[in-house]
Design a protein around this ligand. Structure first.
Ligand code: NAD
Ligand code: DAU
Length: 350
């Protein structure tokens, strides 16, 4: 296999850290550069086990800093990019949409421009792999699935900013010939997810006997995928995917929020030696999220048929592993939920 110099952006975040670890361990002949500005969601503790690997380097940089991104491209001569850096939480996008435009649209543009500038004389063996979300497709009714040809119809500032970045990646492919791949994935869960997203937030609240704030009637549906299975899919699409193609990645695993929360409560009662039903008593229905998408569900048959990918764990197995990780990593949880997190929590939920 050819040696590669891969720039992974957002590698200190939730999904990025799993992608970095997988590639650092699996491809000792590659050089993996993790570029991250370390926002509240970025945490180098996520990568303690591989930080000294010979084929790994960390670059602290903001993708909004176009000059610095150009300098880093010139200096390191990356031949591929796996772009995960983003503002990723829908609720935050509702209170601060511009921050999402800056990082998700302008930041992506800065990376595209730097890649183009450095690769334009020879696109061979170059690849800009953009990681996107199923939320760009908007919302589904009771039936149907998102396919790669579903029209974009984003409803939140977050999904609009991700849709914008997807369009620019495609446009750079069509206009300038930049080789790209895009994948659009459903909801991830697993170790190292910042506890503002549903599953880690509710695990943390159950541990601390705090209310479980269910938005609206709780009958919103998401398609959940274990994060390590997403990382495997990214590895596969990066190496075997067709240039200029999009791949939808999903868990074949739809859950209404309230059913998922009930399951989580049952498992947590057992793990914490509490009485059956104790955690469920914490469920509190709160004001709905504005523009809340009713249902997401991915048709992942293209990546399954063309590249042979499918999820490796069931939801029950993945959820159990995730809960165990949070219970065993109290210090990680304490570190990320101190300080600024409290301010966010009070503003969002009180
Ligand atoms: P995350 O919020 O956990 O991590 C984002 C990372 O990007 C952090 O390390 C942060 O420090 C970094 N970052 C943010 N702004 C930056 C900037 N300006 N410059 C450099 N680094 C910056 O996000 P995640 O959940 O791991 O999501 C990663 C990617 O996958 C995102 O592009 C997201 O849209 C996409 N995605 C996420 C999910 C999901 O369920 N979490 C599903 C599908 C797609
Ligand atoms: O679908 C992929 C997307 O999944 C990613 O692109 C996003 O980055 C990621 O954050 C996630 O978006 P969601 O909005 O679906 O995830 P979140 O965990 O915020 O919410 C999941 C569901 O749970 C959603 O219907 C809202 C609901 N919810 C969430 C929170 C935080 C609640 O009921 N209460 C809460 O406190």
């Amino acid at each position: 296999m050819r040696n590669k110099k891969i720039l992974i952006t957002g590698g200190a975040g939730f999904i990025g850290s799993h992608v970095v670890r997988l590639l650092v361990n699996k491809y000792p002949n590659y050089k993996i550069y993790n570029l991250d500005t370390l926002t509240y969601a970025g945490n180098l503790e996520n990568l303690k086990d591989i930080e000294r690997a010979d084929n790994y380097s960390f670059l602290k940089a903001d993708i909004n800093d176009a000059d610095l991104i150009h300098i880093l491209f010139k200096e390191h001569q990356f031949d591929s990019v796996i772009h995960l850096a983003a503002e990723s939480h829908v609720d935050r996008s509702i209170s601060d949409p511009l921050a999402f435009v800056k990082t998700n649209v302008i930041g992506t543009m800065n990376l595209l421009n730097a890649a183009l500038e450095n690769w334009k004389d020879n696109f061979q063996n170059k690849l800009f792999y953009h990681i996107s979300t199923d939320e760009v497709y908007g919302t589904l009714g009771e039936t149907g699935l998102f396919t790669e040809t579903t029209a974009y119809d984003p409803n939140s500032p977050y999904s609009a900013s991700k849709a914008g970045s997807d369009h620019f990646v495609r446009a750079y492919g069509e206009t300038y010939g930049l080789p790209y791949i895009i994948s659009n994935c459903s909801n991830n869960y697993g170790p190292n997810q910042f506890p503002e997203k549903l599953i880690p937030l509710f695990i943390n609240n159950i541990v601390n006997k705090k209310e479980l704030p269910v938005y609206g009637d709780g009958k919103y549906t998401r398609d959940w995928l274990f994060v390590k299975d997403h990382a495997e899919a990214i590895d596969l699409a990066f190496h075997k995917g067709e240039i200029k193609e999009t791949y939808n990645i999903g868990g074949f695993n739809e859950w209404q929020n309230i059913d998922l929360i009930q399951l989580l409560c049952e498992i947590m009662d057992k793990k914490l030696n509490r009485n059956e039903g104790d955690s469920a008593k914490l469920i509190t229905y709160v004001k709905d999220r504005p523009g809340h998408d009713k249902r997401y569900a991915i048709d992942a048959s293209k990546i399954n048929k063309e590249l042979g990918w499918k999820p490796s764990v069931t939801f029950e197995e993945g959820l159990e592993k995730t809960i165990d990780w949070y219970l065993e990593n109290e210090v990680w949880l304490k570190n990320v939920t101190s300080g600024k997190y409290q301010e966010y929590y009070d503003k969002q939920y009180n």
